[in-house]
Design a protein around this ligand. Structure first.
Ligand code: MF3
Ligand code: CO
Length: 250
């Protein structure tokens, strides 16, 4: 079931989105060679709690941390650790969210650690632009396939591929709600977008093939099957009568 939310729910979603966006900015500011992903997770958890919210990842389906930090060929769901030290040249994807007053925010971005390769630079800027185009397509009257088409066409024009197995999602009282929001698809197809819908748009773009390996020992990590680099950008977006509002933009 796809829920259409009221203006007052939109205000609550904005609060959760703002805290989620600030937590992501804090996490991104800590990405530097020599810093552990566990330190970033600690800072994120403390920040979210200091804002009177809760980290919505912590305990979600048993997930053991407050954010996901996925480096280089890791696509999503990297579990932070004090033993995992960021190196010069790494690309570091951080996904984080907060729940406040019963409503969820969810956002992600990929940050460079020091100087990164030209290929990595291009992957980051193309993936960020994929998200921008996906958001632009997410307006009332358009369809879900318009979002996927906008993301996929830009990624593939640039020689990259779109992860198929993991997708964006509706969001509200639960972090993951209907509908699925794929980052691939045909323009003009799928569910029609309507005022009151809240969705997380989150392109995961690989430098090589779109195939993933999600058969790792910790039961969470998802990497590229071919070892190529991957980037991830995500915003929580509200569809309104007059366009859309990016709730996690700070
Ligand atoms: N928030 C992530 C997403 O973008 C999912 C995190 S799963 C968790 O959909 F278990 F780590 F919380
Ligand atoms: Co998400």
């Amino acid at each position: 079931m796809v829920v259409l939310r009221s203006e007052s729910e939109l205000r609550l979603m904005k609060e959760a989105g703002k805290i989620s966006g600030e937590a992501l900015a804090l996490a991104g500011s800590m990405v530097k060679p020599g810093v552990s992903t566990g330190e970033i997770d600690d800072a994120v958890r403390k920040f979210i709690i200091s804002r009177g919210a809760k980290p919505n990842f912590l305990g979600y389906a048993g997930y053991p941390a407050s954010c996901c930090i996925s480096i280089n060929n890791e696509i999503i769901h990297g579990i932070p650790s004090k033993k995992r030290i960021i190196k010069e040249g790494d690309i570091v994807s951080i996904d984080v969210g907060a729940i406040k007053n019963g409503y969820n925010g969810d956002n992600a971005a990929t940050f460079p650690a020091g100087k990164i390769s030209p290929e990595a630079e291009k992957l980051l800027s193309v993936t960020k632009e994929c998200l921008r185009r996906g958001i632009e397509a997410a307006k009332s009257g358009n369809r879900l396939g318009d979002i996927g088409f906008a993301v996929q066409s830009y990624a593939e024009e640039n020689g990259f591929s779109v992860v198929r197995k993991y997708v964006g999602h509706g969001i509200g009282e639960d972090m993951h709600e209907s509908p699925d929001v794929p980052n691939y698809g045909k323009a003009g197809t799928g569910l029609r977008l309507m005022p009151g819908m809240m969705i997380a748009i989150e392109p995961m773009i690989n430098a090589g093939s779109y195939e993933v390996n999600d058969n790792h020992a910790d039961g969470w990590l998802v990497t590229t099957a071919d070892g190529s680099l991957s980037a991830h950008f995500e915003h929580t977006v509200a569809i309104t009568k007059s366009g859309n509002v990016v709730l996690t933009q700070i």
